[in-house]
Ligand binder design. Structure first.
Ligand code: HEC
Length: 141
């Protein structure tokens, strides 16, 4: 019994340390100050878009969800985000993660147009999965 309690306590205190250690292993990406601010602003906007997509899907507005996903996150949004300019500062893996995110958003747009709820949710999760992959690997501060 005591052994189990000690084990439980050890796990409780060591697990967060392990998680912190994992966070520290993210690759630090140095960006010029104005670009960092711009990139983080884009990021906050990405989250706003995800929120809007969920709202539109829940209101059965699949076409609008498709339009916003494509124009704000999809391949059509690359120019708007100054992607080509930004990408030169990104490590290769981060560029790839970004491309995956834009591709998943365009795929989401095509799927949402078909209007099937479950397929649309699955496609949305592909987008958020690509957000989390990049977040797990890289940081800018
Ligand atoms: C190509 C890599 C990449 C992709 C893809 C990506 N992010 Fe980020 N995001 C980052 C990095 C790097 C940071 C800064 C993290 C740090 O330094 O701690 C960040 C930060 C953020 C922040 C915090 C912004 C702030 O002001 O601090 C939010 C919110 C965010 N991302 C949302 C998203 C969402 C939502 C998606 C997907 C739709 C997404 N991101 C996709 C790399 C990415």
């Amino acid at each position: 019994m005591i052994k189990q309690i000690i084990l439980a306590i050890t796990i409780t205190f060591l697990l967060p340390l392990a998680v912190n250690a994992a966070e520290d292993s993210r690759v630090m990406v140095e960006l010029p100050g104005h670009m960092k601010a711009h990139m983080l602003q884009n990021m906050r906007n990405h989250l706003v878009i995800i929120d809007q997509l969920l709202a539109l899907i829940s209101e059965d507005k699949f076409d609008q969800a498709a339009d916003i996903a494509e124009s704000e996150l999809g391949m059509s949004s690359l120019h708007k985000h100054g992607a080509a300019h930004m990408a030169q500062f990104y490590p290769k893996g981060m560029q790839q993660a970004g491309t995956n995110m834009h591709k998943s958003a365009s795929q989401f747009a095509r799927t949402a147009q078909e209007g099937d709820l479950l397929d649309t949710l699955k496609a949305l999760q592909k987008i958020t999965a690509s957000c989390t992959v990049c977040h797990a690997g890289y940081r800018v501060h």
